[in-house]
Design a binder for this molecule. Structure first.
Ligand code: R5P
Length: 311
């Protein structure tokens, strides 16, 4: 087995390599003067089972292109099997046509990864489970919930917990976390979005008064969804609000918004490398999913069960 990495998240790649006790494949993924991506693999990969790690986060198009070119280089170097390990699958929110004459970009990106030569895909908390079906190659979608649940039990175990979905679309994810927290009760924020990038809380479904609320979501981008939800929950009598999010996209002024919000803490996985502002924030803490990804990679290589990781 070999583990190769693009430039999007080298700390995570090194942590996974450490878990698997293998070195990262010796390769250069760099730019020509005109910013074209160039990949050169400096060791033999012929006949190898190769995992190539790259989150397609900001800058999404550059990181996606790096992934595609890494896969192409591996294919032309006769790797036996190539698994694209994409902890954060960018473009996932464009998974349907929101209006006439608009693209389904998530499907296009899935096609590009497949066409480049990937044999399998491994991702974490895809924005919608059905994105798995956009790939016509085996696709494993790991869940961050067990890692989050262990942290919640350790930090807030003695509290009157209530799991909160920040929108109707996230209820399945929230229910799965609640189940792992000894069937904690569930509340739902009825969020309406007037335009992309702006969210407005309309209503809270469930009685949150006196509860320590745990918001769970797949993505924090502008932070609007979380900050508005936290304020609304506090207004309805929640004692405190913490948020657990898999993918810290954190664009624009998101970190500043979170620092000023009523969130007690925002806990994010390292599927996307922390920006300087996020790493310095006292309100944000990172949880590593390197052991989860490392174990899934080991099981794929051994051809043993990945789903049993979540039993
Ligand atoms: C939306 O459906 C996602 O699950 C997140 O709730 C959303 O992407 C968060 O975006 P923002 O942080 O910009 O409100």
């Amino acid at each position: 087995m070999k583990l190769m990495a693009g430039n999007s998240n080298l700390p995570l790649a090194r942590a996974i390599a450490g878990y698997l006790e293998i070195p990262l494949t010796d390769a250069s993924v760099r730019r020509f003067a005109d910013e074209e991506v160039f990949v050169e693999i400096h060791e033999n990969v012929r006949g190898e089972d190769v995992f190539v790690l790259q989150s397609t986060c900001y800058p999404a198009n550059d990181n996606l292109m790096e992934l595609l070119i890494c896969i192409d280089a591996l294919r032309r170097a006769s790797a036996k099997r190539i698994t694209a390990v994409v902890p954060y699958f960018g473009y996932a929110r464009q998974d349907r046509k929101p209006g006439p004459r608009t693209p389904i970009s998530a499907k296009l990106v899935a096609n590009l990864i497949t066409k480049a030569g990937a044999d399998r895909v491994l991702s974490v908390d895809l924005h919608a489970g059905q994105i798995q079906g956009f790939f016509d190659i085996p696709t494993d979608n790991l869940y961050g919930a067990p890692v989050m649940a262990a942290d919640i039990q350790a930090r807030f175990g003695g509290k009157e917990l209530m799991v909160v979905s920040p929108d109707v679309g996230g209820v399945v994810r929230a229910r799965a976390l609640a189940k792992r927290l000894d069937n904690a009760p569930l509340a739902i924020v009825d969020k309406r979005r007037e335009r992309a990038g702006e969210s407005e809380v309309m209503n809270i479904i469930g009685d949150v008064s006196g509860r320590f609320c745990i918001l769970i979501d797949d993505i924090v981008d502008s932070g609007g969804t979380l900050c508005n939800a936290a304020a609304a929950l506090k207004e309805k009598g929640a004692t405190d609000v913490a948020a657990y999010i898999t993918h810290g996209v954190l664009s624009g002024g998101a970190v500043a918004n979170i620092n000023q919000s009523s969130l007690k803490e925002l806990v994010i996985s390292d599927s996307i490398q922390a920006t300087e502002a996020a790493a310095e924030s006292d309100s944000i803490r990172y949880l590593s999913i390197a052991p989860l990804l490392g174990e899934a990679i080991r099981r794929i290589a051994d051809e043993s069960s990945v789903s049993s990781l979540f039993d």
